[in-house]
Write a protein that binds this ligand. Structure first.
Ligand SMILES: NC(=O)c1ccc[n+]([C@@H]2O[C@H](COP(=O)([O-])OP(=O)(O)OC[C@H]3O[C@@H](n4cnc5c(N)ncnc54)[C@H](OP(=O)(O)O)[C@@H]3O)[C@@H](O)[C@H]2O)c1
Length: 305
């Protein structure tokens, strides 16, 4: 499929596993040059070798996105190898502890904010001058349904993703007229190492099978996921790699929706995708297939107004 991504330079953070890995592979399959970031260089090398072996063009840039110096070096390395960066995917993130509010310390909050929010701030700050110079760029922040539909647990994680959504909107308003479009993709429940480790812990604590822990999680925490299954990283990657096509489609039908409150996204179905269009026609907030995979209580339906 031609998604207008051939030859584009793409940086994906947190790309050695899970959603980030699938996103990097999807861009490589579209003919983009892809820089994959994560902390563990050995894990990264395996994925990069696999992409290059399959005819793609990929490089590894090991760095900790919570470290400002590492981020500077990472972006310089990508620019020196690829000449520039066109697309940044801020994907690196994690949940910290699956805990309730009273169990979390200031350190827990700061650590999750640092990984999920400030990493995106840092990497975006380092990449932005390159996007502005070429008057073209795409920044895709991997948020979460938890940013708009939080569970009782992990309030630090939920708040970090809500802040990421808000940051995305600010950035999209600041830079859209310079040709830099900033969006979020908000996955729901996707089977990655992050999720399988969480389910393994829950299974162990209850003395049950991990598959039963998944069924239990879906039944109690995600009853509105119509397919009654977790999504795959590849399904999320497909949405991310299609963003260019989706943005064009949204632009061509002139999606301009006025909204006042954060949760009053209008949802439009364009090309079979469920879109949440913010009050800026260029700022399209993609919810991970809200209708097909579903979202928790009050999700798509509530936002439909
Ligand atoms: N899975 C879901 O259901 C789900 C749902 C909603 C949103 N999300 C979001 O999707 C994103 C990816 O999640 P995932 O489930 O694919 O996670 P994952 O399986 O845990 O993979 C995380 C990736 O990020 C890297 N990473 C972690 N900390 C890093 C750091 N400080 N610097 C650089 N790289 C780092 C990891 O490699 P190293 O450990 O080697 O650094 C790994 O490559 C996250 O932002 C998450 O919040 C996931």
């Amino acid at each position: 499929m031609n998604l207008n991504l051939k030859g584009k330079s793409v940086l994906v953070t947190g790309a050695s596993k899970g959603i980030g890995k699938a996103i990097a592979e999807a861009f490589a399959a579209e003919g983009s040059r892809v820089a994959l970031n994560a902390r563990n260089a050995d894990d990264l090398a395996k994925v990069v070798d696999e992409i290059n072996h399959n005819g793609g063009e990929a490089i590894a840039v090991a760095a900790d996105v919570t470290d400002a110096h590492d981020v500077e070096l990472m972006v310089s390395e990508v620019v020196s190898r690829f000449g520039t960066i066109h697309v940044l995917v801020n994907n690196a993130g994690g949940v910290g502890q699956f805990a309730r509010f009273e169990e979390l310390t200031d350190e827990d909050w700061l650590s999750v904010m640092n990984l999920n929010l400030f990493s995106a701030v840092r990497v975006t700050r380092a990449v932005l001058p390159h996007l502005r110079r070429q008057k073209w760029g795409r920044i895709i922040n991997i948020s979460s349904e938890s940013g708009t539909q939080p569970d009782a647990e992990m309030p630090h994680y939920n708040a970090s993703k809500a802040a990421m959504n808000n940051l995305t909107k600010s950035l999209s308003k600041s830079y859209a007229l310079e040709g830099i479009l900033v969006n979020t993709v908000s996955p729901a429940f996707i089977m990655t190492p992050l999720v399988s480790e969480m389910l393994d812990k829950q299974a162990k604590a209850q003395g049950i099978d991990p598959a039963d822990a998944e069924k239990q999680f879906l039944a109690t925490k995600r009853p509105h996921i119509e397919l009654h299954r977790s999504g795959t990283p590849e399904e999320v990657a497909e949405e991310v790699a299609e963003i260019e096509r989706v943005l064009k489609a949204a632009g061509s039908i002139g999606c301009r929706v006025s909204n006042s409150a954060d949760a009053s996204f209008r949802i439009l179905a364009v090309l079979g995708k469920a879109l949440e269009v913010l009050d800026d026609p260029l700022a399209v907030h993609l919810r991970w297939r809200s209708y097909r995979i579903g979202c928790p209580a009050g999700g798509a339906q509530e936002n439909r107004a």
